[in-house]
Design a protein around this ligand. Sequence first.
Ligand code: ADE
Length: 241
Amino acid sequence: MRFDVISLFPEFVAQLAAHGVVGRAGERGLLSIHGWNPRDHAEGNYRRVDDRPFGGGPGMVMLIEPLRAAIRAIRAAAPDVPTKVVYLSPQGRRLDQRKVRELAGEARLILLCGRYEGVDERLLQAEVDEEISIGDYVLSGGELAAAVLIDAVARLQDGALNDAESALQDSFEGDGLLDCPHYTRPVEHELGPVPEVLLSGNHAQIARWRRQQSLGRTWLRRPDLLDESMLSKADRVLLDE
Ligand code: ADE
């Protein structure tokens, strides 16, 4: 999968490719991240990328042409790859694991990161397929949001994670419940013991305990995720215990 990130600070997002799961996925040839600076596509001595908003008001608005030229150059760099253009903005649809999974199936994403007060609406109308927010708060630019999106999408690429199972067990995957708690050595510690059941070797009991913990946590922390209809009879018993 290919990510093309349009940003006034392209190195910022490209950094992602140097570390962790995303870095390893890059080394394995599962993805590539390319940064594009609209300033490189701006005209004139000052290479202007923004201007004052019509109608007045604070802040600056990103110009159409440098962004349009950057998008054109990106498409030309790999003309045969189907492409979705995503604009990161607090006004977009909120990102969730379902959307992440959907995006993970794309061949290429162009991620447009705005700065200042925003981007000329005409560019958005003409070029953007989807507007995505990473949460109900305002960042000073789309770069961190693009980084979040890339990380979440990258780890779903086949072969990106070492243990193929682990993506399925994550919170929000599979049945949409939160993950259960995890423990490792030592068994005894001044901060407390490891729950007995995890040391029992009884796989059925362990699976039951984990399911119960997942259900309980979701019920306590994120009841909005608990859709009654997806709970089995056995789940209801676990929740009542
Ligand atoms: N740009 C600024 N705030 C944002 C947010 N919450 N999500 C995505 N992009 C943004």
